[in-house]
Ligand binder design. Structure first.
Ligand code: 57M
Length: 358
């Protein structure tokens, strides 16, 4: 809104010209989302406790028994603070901003459906895997259709370090995009198993995609870095910055020992939108590097289940996902979390270097 109301007044006050700049409004969006979530947090968490939105912990999970009753669905706070900040700082006439917010809220709605179902049923039983997957695929399909029918849709696939070959997926870019978003959504969901373990790397990835999106939407920078230029995409940088701010605000309360968990409403929305940002910035394969931690956590589950079936009952890890393996080896939770964060920062630096090393 500030963009819409203040930029026309630049004639009277030239200082207002700063509101034209995506960088300035991105900084404003980050700080606004952070302040809203930090101020809102205590009241929201108290409300979650009042309406008994406490985390159910299965009795077989002794390591986390003390966490039983921790308020969950904190992802609602992330979506709310980001949405308010976006309305204030972004150019809301930009279709890409609305489409990105649709993906964020759409995946969040699927997660909320699961969270509320868990609360209503005993033993923390949520919606079926099929229902969750169908909801995720439906949101992703609508998002990909909106992207594909846009004249600026670039269906080529950029392969890191390969300049000569950029395969054009054509109509198959739609199912590919659905896969990227649904896979990312479930990977973040699996990772969200220790205090701050999912939100930390998500903040790092959001900051990286803010840079990628800004470059993709800037003709001069895109040409210099040999990445596709997509007109209008640059405004989504404001979304990424608001996501960093909202994530930092949530981490303020989710940091060990957590006062709140994000719930599926948070993990599914964060993962789905990271996948969408990778598609928008034409960095689909770089997502596997930026979100390398989420990939490793998911692979550990796939390997565990595959090995279990192949060996007739043996385990490759003490428990999957990988963070539980380290926990059962006696590594303190806070040490696992910080080391995962350090790894995600290193992976982010590698991903950023891939932008230049083409
Ligand atoms: C998502 N949910 C956390 C919280 C969070 C196929 C199998 C790998 C599925 C997987 C599973 O259940 N995944 C569901 C992970 C849960 O967190 C809640 O869920 C939301 C995210 N969706 O926001 O509301 C628990 O994680 C802990 N937690 C924190 N701090 C946080 O900030 O401590 C979460 C956030 C919370 C809390 O204890 O209750 C979860 O872990 O369930 N299953 C598993 O991950 C299980 N692994 C397993 O069964 N492995 C098997 C096979 C299937 C691979 C094996 O290795 O043989 C583990 N889950 C649990 N304990 N809870 C096993 C140990």
């Amino acid at each position: 809104m500030l963009y819409y109301f203040l930029v026309p007044l630049v004639g009277e006050w030239t200082a207002l010209n700063v509101f034209r700049y995506i960088t300035f409004r991105s900084l404003g969006a980050l700080i606004t989302a952070l302040v809203i979530s930090v101020l809102l947090g205590p009241r929201f968490i108290a409300w979650l406790r009042r309406v008994k939105c406490g985390q159910y912990i299965h009795e077989d999970v002794t390591a986390h028994a003390a966490k039983a009753g921790t308020p969950t669905m904190g992802g609602i706070m992330i979506i709310f603070s980001l949405g308010l900040s976006l309305l204030l700082w972004a150019d809301m006439t930009n279709a890409y901003v609305w489409q990105t917010f649709f993906v964020f809220v759409g995946f969040g709605a699927v997660g909320l459906w699961d969270d509320l179902t868990k609360l209503r049923h005993h033993e923390n039983r949520g919606i079926s895997g099929r229902a969750k997957m169908s909801g995720q695929c439906l949101v992703a399909l609508v998002a990909m259709w909106l992207l594909y029918i846009n004249d600026n849709c670039d269906t080529t696939l950029l392969i890191p370090f390969v300049k000569e070959w950029t395969p054009d997926l054509g109509i198959f870019y739609v199912p590919f995009g659905v896969f990227v978003m649904v896979a990312a959504s479930n990977a973040v969901n699996l990772t969200d198993g220790l205090d701050g373990l999912a939100i930390g790397p998500t903040i790092v990835a959001s900051a990286v995609f803010a840079i990628f999106i800004y470059v993709t939407g800037n003709a001069r920078l895109a040409s210099y870095l040999l990445v596709p230029y997509v007109p209008g995409i640059g405004e989504v940088t404001v979304f990424c910055a608001a996501l960093v701010g909202a994530g930092l605000g949530f981490l303020w309360f989710n940091a060990y020992p957590a006062q709140v968990f994000m719930g599926d409403v948070g993990s599914l929305s964060l993962g789905g939108v990271l996948g969408y940002l990778a598609l928008l910035s034409k960095q689909e394969l770089v997502l596997a590097v930026v979100g390398g931690l989420f990939v490793v956590e998911t692979l550990s589950v796939i390997m565990q289940v595959g090995y279990f079936r192949w060996t007739g009952g043996k385990r490759l890890f003490r428990m999957a996902p990988l963070h539980h393996h380290f926990e059962l080896k006696g590594v303190p939770e806070s040490k696992i979390i910080i080391r995962f964060w350090i790894t995600s920062i290193l992976l982010a630096l590698v991903a950023l270097s891939m932008l230049k090393l083409r």
